[in-house]
Design a protein around this ligand. Structure first.
Ligand SMILES: *Cc1c(COP(=O)(O)O)cnc(C)c1O
Length: 433
C-alpha cells in the first residue's frame, strides 16, 4: 500500500495528509487513492501482457470491475477512463455505471434474481452479456427479449463444484448454494438456451468465491469448465468467451497467507486456459476486492476510552453500519493511529490492548479486537483495506447518516460523496394524518 504512507509519523494518502482530511471533512470518512486504483488495474494488464496469448487478436482479455465492491460513481469513473468493463448485479448498478461514464456494451449482468424490469432496462441499454443462473431465468430473459424484439446475449454461470475439502474457503462454487447452474445440468441447459429464439449463447461463466488466496481452485474450476465447453461445442453451440469470475483475495495484514500477485495470477490463468484448449477464446475477469480493497481506508475518531478488568474498549465514531465486514464475517482490518504517538506516553494517553467498537446498540458492533495501541480521546484512526465491501455495505442502522467519501488524486482530495444528513434519512417518511 505504497500510496498510503507516513511522513514524519503522519499518515498520507498520496500527497495529502490524512489528518487534515479528517479535520476538514469530519469522520467517519472513506478515503480512496486514485493511484492505488490505477495500480491495481494495471496489474491485470501486466499479467495479460506476460501471457502467451498476448497480442493474439483472436484471444482478447477483458476485465470487468465488480461494481458491488465499490459503486461510488467517482471511483467507477476512474475505471471507466482506464477502459474497464463492469460486472453488475442490479439495474441500480447499471445506472451507476452509465452515470460514471461506463459503457453498457462493456457491462456484464450477473446475479441470481434478475427481475423482468431489470432485464428490460439492461436490454434497452444494450449490456454485453447476461450471466444467467437458472433455467427459469433463461425462460424469463427469452420472453422479455422477445417482447422488446431483441436477442439477449448470454452465458450460463455454471457451478463447477470445486472440492471443498481441498478448498474449504470457497463458498459460491459448491453444490448446495444458490448460485449458478449445477454442473451436471449445464450441458442440457446450454442445449435448451441454444434453442430459445430470443437468446444468443455467447460464453460460459463461473465465479467460485471470494477472498481466495490460491490459484489452484481456479485451475481446478477451469479444467472442469473447459471439459464442459468441449461438450457444449460438440452439441453445436460455439462458446466465444470464458468468464473466470472474480474472487482473488487481498492481503488484509492479518498474517494469513497472502494471495498471489495479481499479474502472476492473471498470467497463470490465461496460460492454463490456452495450454488446455484447442481453440482460442476471449477470457473475461470480474474482480472486485483485488482492485478496490487496498485502495481505500476508513477514518474514525476515538470518542471515549473505557478501560476495564477484562477488556479495554476504544469507542469510536464509526460503527458496523459504516463497515460491517467485522460484524458479518469476523473480518480483520488493520487499524493504526493517523498520527503515530511517542512510545513514551504523555498524560491522558493509555497504552492498552483495545477492542475498537462503535456506538451502535449491538454487541456485534466492533471494528477490530485485541489491538495494542497508544490512544487518547480525539485521536483519529485509519482502518485499512476498506475500499471494497466497505461503503457499499453501509446502512443507516441507528439513524446514522452514511459517511462521506473522498477520492485523492495526487495533492487533491475530491469529495465524491457528501456526508448524508439526518433530514435525508427520513425525507421519504410520513407521520399519520
Ligand atoms: C461479488 C462478485 C464478484 C467480485 O468478487 P470479488 O471477490 O470482489 O473479486 C465477481 N462476480 C460476481 C458474479 C460476483 O457476485
Amino acid at each position: 500500500m505504497t500510496h498510503f504512507h507516513r511522513q514524519a509519523g503522519t499518515l498520507f494518502v498520496e500527497g495529502v495528509s490524512v489528518s487534515q482530511l479528517a479535520q476538514q471533512h469530519g469522520t467517519p470518512l472513506y478515503v480512496y487513492s486514485r493511484a492505488a486504483l490505477a495500480e491495481a488495474w494495471e496489474a491485470y494488464a501486466a499479467g495479460t501482457a506476460l501471457a502467451k496469448r498476448h497480442s493474439d487478436p483472436n484471444a482478447k482479455v477483458k476485465v470487468h470491475v465488480a461494481v458491488k465492491a465499490n459503486s461510488n460513481i467517482g471511483v467507477l469513473s476512474v475505471f471507466a477512463r482506464l477502459g474497464a468493463g463492469f460486472d453488475i448485479v442490479s439495474a441500480g448498478e447499471l445506472a451507476r455505471v452509465l452515470a460514471a461514464g461506463g459503457q453498457a456494451s462493456d457491462t456484464v449482468f450477473s446475479g441470481v434474481g434478475k427481475s423482468a424490469a431489470e432485464m428490460r432496462y439492461a436490454l434497452q441499454a444494450g449490456v454485453k452479456c447476461f450471466n444467467v443462473e437458472s433455467l427459469p431465468e433463461l425462460e424469463r430473459l427469452n420472453a422479455v427479449a422477445g417482447e422488446l424484439g431483441v436477442r439477449a446475449p448470454i452465458s450460463l454461470r455454471v457451478n463447477p463444484d470445486v472440492n471443498p475439502k481441498t478448498h474449504p474457503y470457497i463458498s459460491t462454487g459448491l453444490k448446495g448454494n444458490k448460485f449458478g447452474v449445477a454442473f451436471s445440468e449445464a450441458r442440457k441447459a446450454y442445449a435448451t438456451a441454444s434453442k430459445m429464439p430470443n437468446l444468443v449463447v455467447h460464453g460460459i461463466d463461473c465465479h467460485i468465491g471470494s477472498q481466495i488466496t490460491e490459484t489452484e481452485p481456479y485451475l481446478d474450476a477451469i479444467d472442469k469448465v473447459l471439459e464442459l465447453v468441449d461438450e457444449i461445442e460438440s452439441d453445436g453451440t460455439p462458446i466465444q468467451h470464458i468468464d473466470v469470475g472474480g474472487g482473488l483475495g487481498i492481503d488484509y495484514g492479518d498474517g494469513g497467507s497472502p494471495p498471489p500477485k495479481t499479474a502472476d495470477f492473471v498470467r497463470t490463468i490465461l496460460d492454463h486456459i490456452d495450454d488446455h484448449s484447442t481453440k482460442r477464446r476471449d477470457v473475461w475477469f470480474e474482480p472486485g476486492r483485488s482492485l478496490l480493497g487496498n485502495s481505500g481506508i476508513l477514518l474514525t475518531t476515538v470518542e471515549y476510552l473505557k478501560p476495564g478488568e477484562e477488556k479495554n474498549f476504544a469507542i469510536v465514531d464509526a460503527a458496523m453500519n459504516d463497515l460491517s465486514r467485522p460484524a458479518l464475517y469476523q473480518a480483520f482490518h488493520r487499524v493504526e493511529p493517523v498520527i503515530s504517538r511517542d512510545p513514551d506516553p504523555e498524560p491522558g494517553v493509555l497504552a492498552r490492548t483495545y477492542d475498537i467498537v462503535g456506538p451502535v446498540c449491538e454487541s456485534g458492533d466492533w471494528l477490530a479486537r485485541d489491538r495494542e495501541l497508544l490512544l487518547a480521546p480525539g485521536d483519529t484512526l485509519a482502518v485499512f483495506s476498506a475500499g471494497a465491501y466497505g461503503f457499499t455495505m453501509a446502512s443507516n442502522y441507528n439513524t446514522r447518516p452514511r459517511a462521506a467519501e473522498l477520492l485523492v488524486d495526487g495533492t487533491e482530495a475530491h469529495v465524491v460523496r457528501e456526508r448524508e444528513t439526518v433530514a435525508q434519512l427520513f425525507a421519504g417518511e410520513r407521520v399519520l394524518p
